[in-house]
Design a protein. Sequence first.
Length: 91
Amino acid sequence: MTVVHAETARQVSAILAVATILTALASPSFAFTAEAQRQCTGDAFRLCSSEIPDIGRITACMVKNRPSLSSGCRVELDKGLSARTHRVAAQ
């Protein structure tokens, strides 16, 4: 495999991994919305690309890097985590 093909394959893999992650974040277990996906995609690539494709590690990375998140992503992350906490407490 040439260097160009390897890099292209890596980029495609990263894009698919982030799409998977954002889908998981939108699942009921996290209750993240399409707006959270829109607000946080750039932050996930910027801050947590080394954690791709491990969804749990990406989520932990986003929480750990909360102060560095864009304001829109931080608001959405807080909403999602708050909703998750309330669901767990209600069980």
